[in-house]
Ligand binder design. Sequence first.
Ligand code: CA
Ligand code: CA
Ligand code: CA
Ligand code: CA
Length: 217
Amino acid sequence: MDPGRSVARLRLVLRALICCAVLCSVLIAGRPAHDVEAIASGGCRTISFGAGNDVGASTASVYSVALGDLDNDGDPDIVSVSGNGEDYEVIAWQSDGSPFTDLWSQNDVGASTDHILSVTLGDLDNDGDLDIVSGSYSGEDYEVIAWENDSSPFTDPWPQNDVGASADNVRSVALGDLDNDGDLDIVSGSYSGADYEVIAWQNDGSPNRSSLFQGNR
Ligand SMILES: [Ca+2]
Ligand SMILES: [Ca+2]
Ligand SMILES: [Ca+2]
Ligand SMILES: [Ca+2]
C-alpha cells in the first residue's frame, strides 16, 4: 500500500478518536443534555439545543406524541395521547408559528374509555388533511381507533371509527400503503395477550365508516 495513503488514513482515524474522547468527556462531566456541544474540529459537527419550551400540560401521563401539520398552514402541530386523569384524551396542540415561546392552544380531539398508548398521523381518506390513528388499553377493548380530521382540527371533537380490536394492549401503530392501492393501511403491535402480535389492517378506501378495515394476523 502507498505509505502516503496509510499515513493519511491513520491521521483520519486518530482525528475521529480525539473527537469521540472530547465528546465523551463533556457527557461524563454531567452537563445538562441541552448544553452538550460536540467540538467542531477534525470532521465533528456542532449539535446543540436551546432550553426546552413548555407547550402545555396534560393532567395525566402522556404516553405518546406525533407531529404533523393538522391545519395545513405550513407548520407542524402536535398530537398527544393521555391516561386516565386526562379522561384518556387525544389532544391536538396548535402551533402559532413560534413553537419555542409561550404555551400552545389545545383542543380535545376525543376520549377513549381507557389509556391511549400509541398514536400516529396520516391522511387515511386522501382528502388532503392528516387524520389520527391511536391504540388503546384494555378498557377500550384494545382498540385501534381512526380519528377523522374534519378540516377544523382545533375546534370541537373529531369523529372516530373503531378500526378493530387486538387481544391485548396496542403499544404501537404505524401507517403505510401495504397493498399499493393508493390508501394508507395500518399496522399495530400488541402486548402479551395477543401473542405479541403484529397486525396489518387493510384500508378499503372508506376508513371513516365503521368496520371497513380488515385485520390480518
Ligand atoms: Ca399547522
Ligand atoms: Ca384526511
Ligand atoms: Ca378531512
Ligand atoms: Ca392500501
